[in-house]
Ligand binder design. Structure first.
Ligand code: PEP
Length: 262
């Protein structure tokens, strides 16, 4: 009897944050689409601002590139001025970043908000990329595991195992985001290993063996190889470097080379 393939499919997600108009987004994707399309064995997800999603759907349709949103609201419709519902997001893409530290920090998102969003994302067949990460002060106080463990547990409260195994978790130490100071590969590996162990305790070995856990925080073309050589990392959530076509292509190619499933 053929054995099921239990390997985890790596993911590289580009978080463009609040950068690029719709036209600029088209130009950027046109510049890298052919090179990204030939990367095999890894899923590449581009997460532009909401207003660029619609034009990009057509552009990436014939390619292997997936689209994701950077956020969504936890209601489906109604009087929520300025918000974007999961129904709207699911109409255009397959992934959604939830609980990014910038949303937690600048927009007051709580673990309870993130949890509502995770559940609603699954309801609409979106795959959540749920971010967790500690501040520098928490790290220096030796609280990294407590903080990320709590974010993981609260974000997944009430999420059943068959959905938890589809989750993408991004471990993003806040002190590493946009600073040029990535975590060491060994530290990233250790914290991601801890998160995986938590998934095992919360759910089962099946869930912890299936969920993808990414590293994010100043990933560049120069450090991606060392990071991806670590066994616990299933890919990367990339901010600044995802706006540089050559760098992003390189990050995707190296990740696929080291982790790709063919
Ligand atoms: C991010 O925005 O999720 C991120 C990791 O940013 P950067 O790669 O620029 O540190």
């Amino acid at each position: 009897m053929p054995q099921p393939d239990l390997r985890r499919h790596p993911i590289i997600a580009g978080n463009w944050k609040m950068n690029k108009t719709a036209d600029e987004a088209m130009d950027l994707v046109e510049e890298m689409i052919d090179d990204l399309d030939v990367v095999e064995g890894a899923t590449i997800v581009l997460c532009p601002p909401f207003v660029a999603l619609y034009p990009l759907v057509d552009l990436v349709e014939q390619s292997s590139i997936m689209l994701g949103a950077q956020n969504m609201y936890y209601e489906e419709a109604g009087a929520y001025t300025g918000e974007i519902s999961p129904v709207m997001v699911a109409d255009l893409c397959d992934y959604v970043i939830l609980g990014h530290s910038e949303r937690r920090q600048y927009f007051g998102e709580s673990d309870a908000d993130v949890n509502k969003k995770v559940k609603l994302a699954f309801k609409h067949s979106l795959i959540p990329i749920m971010c967790v990460g500690e501040t520098l002060a928490q790290r220096e106080a030796g609280e990294t595991e407590r903080v990320v463990g709590s974010q993981l547990r609260l974000g997944l409260e009430g999420v059943p195992p068959h959905q938890a195994r589809e989750m993408v978790i991004a471990y993003e130490p806040i002190w590493a985001i946009g600073t040029g100071h990535a975590a060491t590969p060994q530290d990233a590996n250790a914290t991601i290993g801890y998160l995986r162990q938590q998934l095992r305790e919360l759910y089962s070995a099946v869930v912890s063996g299936a969920a993808r856990i990414l590293y994010g925080g100043s990933v560049t073309a120069a450090n991606v190889r060392d990071l991806m050589n670590q066994p616990e990392l299933d890919g990367a959530l990339v901010g600044g470097a995802s706006l540089k076509p050559d760098d992003f292509v390189r990050i995707c190619a190296v990740t696929a080379e080291l982790k790709g499933i063919r």
